[in-house]
Design a protein around this ligand. Structure first.
Ligand code: ACO
Length: 331
């Protein structure tokens, strides 16, 4: 690989909308129980957008915080990449709306559709722009508003999701910087695409009265099959980056896995044989925020003083596609 520079995470930020809905609130809306949701998923609360909020609004809040944490100004941004499957519109991209909201000029801006792996995919792309010298500072955002794509008649999915956004400024590292992205590995297996899909609203099945009546613009998921593939694929991607860099799992300070289900996170941790105290978990507060879950967990852990400069962090995700990936960083 022709690497002229190294990339580092210069600052992070997150935003969750104000409205909080807990499991007891859901009990009043669908045939479910706090006990079922807690024991099957580890979730308790999730945040939902207000009527006038959309993905770009959440993304812009998180972006401001990441810029501030990185001590950078809007005019420093060379590239904006947003990972999302719940963009404001099919087009223009949410990244372009964020660019307008921030007042950033002339930079490249585009979205990446990789489901819950969206933040890691977007970070990997940003990293390569930085390593080849094309840009110096990239704003990477994972944002989702899954509450707008929920079928409230399907209790198997509607209790699982929350809205939120997380952002990172990924910048060219100076020779004196300790932080750097060590390695990344991303994969996809499109043969499993139908296990997690929003069937209507695209060119395959455009919106009609019938598709709306049949809830085809919402999340359709085969939870059980996804569960097994999730653990397997995240484990494989983690093993790939660890082995390729001769890192033992004992040298990892923190594991941040996509927050889809507590049992998935625990199974992955057991399989990797990582000390459970090193596994970052916040699923009880946000539920599954898809592409936003990793940057939200990262930002919370940094601001809480858990993750410190110099710590080695392994991040891993899987999602619609099916996509998966792992990123090893020294923060
Ligand atoms: N409340 C009460 N009961 C429920 C609920 C609910 N909300 N949902 C399902 N049940 C019932 C089912 O009807 C079923 O009842 P039955 O045995 O009488 O038929 C029973 O609970 C078991 O259902 P399962 O689907 O087998 O439950 P499981 O233990 O597999 O948990 C879950 C379901 C939580 C969805 C799990 O499979 C999972 O987390 N899968 C992975 C999900 C995921 O990670 N998705 C990818 C990310 S999402 C994205 O990319 C946008």
């Amino acid at each position: 690989m022709n690497m002229q520079y190294t990339a580092k995470i210069a600052g992070t930020g997150m935003y969750a909308p104000k409205r909080i809905v807990n499991n007891f609130d859901l009990e009043k809306m669908v045939d479910t129980s706090d006990e079922w949701i807690r024991t099957r998923t580890g979730m308790f609360e999730r945040h939902f957008v207000a009527d006038d909020e959309a993905a770009s609004d959440l993304a812009t809040h998180a972006a401001h915080k990441a810029l501030e944490a990185a001590k950078l100004r809007v005019r420093d941004i060379d590239l904006i990449i947003v990972g999302s499957v719940t963009s404001d519109h099919a087009f223009p991209s949410t990244a372009c709306i964020v660019q307008k909201n921030l007042g950033a000029k002339s930079c490249m801006a585009f979205d990446v559709s990789a489901g819950c792996s969206g933040f890691l995919y977007a970070s990997d792309i940003a990293r390569q722009f930085i390593e080849n010298g094309s840009v110096e500072h990239a704003l990477v955002i994972g944002v989702e508003v899954l509450s707008r794509f929920t079928n409230w008649e399907d209790r198997g999915t509607c209790v699982l999701f929350g809205d939120g956004s997380g952002a990172a400024m990924i910048s060219r590292a100076k020779s004196t910087d300790i932080g750097r992205i060590i390695d990344t590995h991303m994969e996809a297996d499109g043969t499993y695409g139908n296990l997690l899909i929003q069937p209507a609203g695209g060119s395959r099945l455009p919106a009609t009265d019938e598709t709306v009546r049949e809830h085809k613009h919402t999340v359709h998921m085969e939870g059980n099959r996804i569960f097994k593939l999730a653990v397997k694929s995240m484990y494989n991607q983690c093993e790939t980056v660890l082995k390729r860099n001769n890192w033992d799992v004992k040298s990892i300070d923190w594991l941040i896995s996509h927050q889809a289900n507590l049992r998935i996170i625990e199974s992955l941790g057991n399989k990797l044989k990582i000390d459970p105290k090193k596994v970052i978990i916040n699923i009880e507060k946000y539920a599954n925020t898809s592409a936003a879950s990793i940057p939200i967990a990262l930002d919370e852990a940094v601001r809480a003083g858990k993750i410190r400069r110099g710590d080695v962090v392994l991040m891993t995700a899987f999602g619609a596609g099916l996509t998966s990936g792992a990123m090893l960083i020294r923060f």
